[in-house]
Design a protein around this ligand. Sequence first.
Ligand SMILES: *Cc1c(COP(=O)(O)O)cnc(C)c1O
Ligand SMILES: [Zn+2]
Length: 408
Amino acid sequence: MVEFYYQCNDCNKRYQRDEVRYLCPACGQKTKPGYPLQGVLSVRFDYDSIRQRFKSDRTDWSCFYAIEDRYFPPYPVGNTPFAKVESLGKDLGFTNVWVKNDGLNPSGSLKDRASQLLVAEANRLDEKSIVTASTGNAACSLAAAAAAAGKRAIILVPHTAPQEKLVQMLIHGAQVIPIKGTYDDAFRLSLEFTQSYGGLNRNTAYHPLTIEGKKTVGLEIWAQNNFTVPDVIVVPVGDGVIISGVFKAFEDLKKAGLTDRLPRLVCVQAESSAAVHHFITTGEFRRAAPASIADSISVSVPSNIFMASRAVHESGGFSLTVNENDILAGQSLLARRTGIFAEPSAAATVAALAKIRDTKSVDADDQIVLLVTGHGLKDVRSAKLNLLIPDAVEPNMEAINAMLTAQK
Ligand SMILES: *Cc1c(COP(=O)(O)O)cnc(C)c1O
Ligand SMILES: [Zn+2]
């Protein structure tokens, strides 16, 4: 670890590590109910130390972690595959498309990167329980990481979360409280919960280390890409923390003198839940209806909207939306062309790339990375919507032949 402090994204005030835990004390209290968080903090390192310590032939990743190695739970995350997907790219009219498959994290989503760090922080602070609101995956991942560390996970989720995700949380022994309401209700209640009963709150963006955890996917992409920066990274966006984390990775690398440019970040949202997209394109905040099949990006009041918007603008990127049919078609195309089964939110990136081809906002030969954030087995019901499971046939060759002919 190298020295760091926290800095408020709104008033720029700096805080020592143990002076604050969640939001900037001055700005955080200005957050109005029903509006995105104010006073989200960012970790700022001593970049000169990183410059001296980090060499690409001797990669000391601890330079980029705002917590000491010894606190990490026995829950390894990351190091997920990064590969070129020639045939998918060709189908979509691009020559250099890559996939970062973060659905292959232990709990099946990118959220493991944040949960690992938050459980480490709970170890450091000697907190026995960790509380989170979640659309689903953050909770699955917290449940798993907390189990590995012997901590108690307390989870507030909308009762509409996919069954597979609820099962995931329960199998790890988390205390699960399904809420008859939206993710945004769960978010608000989880803040009240830790204010009343204590414990460490893992809510995305509310705890600054969630952004640092998600950042590691950007660092990995850079290293796996032979320490070069891709032209474009396509990111599915709900609360806007993953995209802010990816931005932070390249911002940190640049400040440490390890790169000299940023990838263009593309924000993808579901048409029916597009508060971040609306803010990026109009500068105005408008609540969305959390109504998409892409449950992990269905957020009405995205907590990290301001930072996400800055990440898109400062990287020279842009934002777009995809509809429900696009998402399911993207999921199917990804599965058929690459062998990767992604949950709808993650497959939204493929749907986006199909749209990007039509708008020509990215060059056909640019290196494009699709960030696959979650595994398809987490939501089988959605994947099944456009599929027909064949009826069973009699156990003989005639029946098999009849079925093959019928399915042609
Ligand atoms: C959480 C999540 C997202 C969105 O991340 P945000 O930080 O909320 O923007 C996208 N895809 C999957 C699979 C997720 O679990
Ligand atoms: Zn502030």
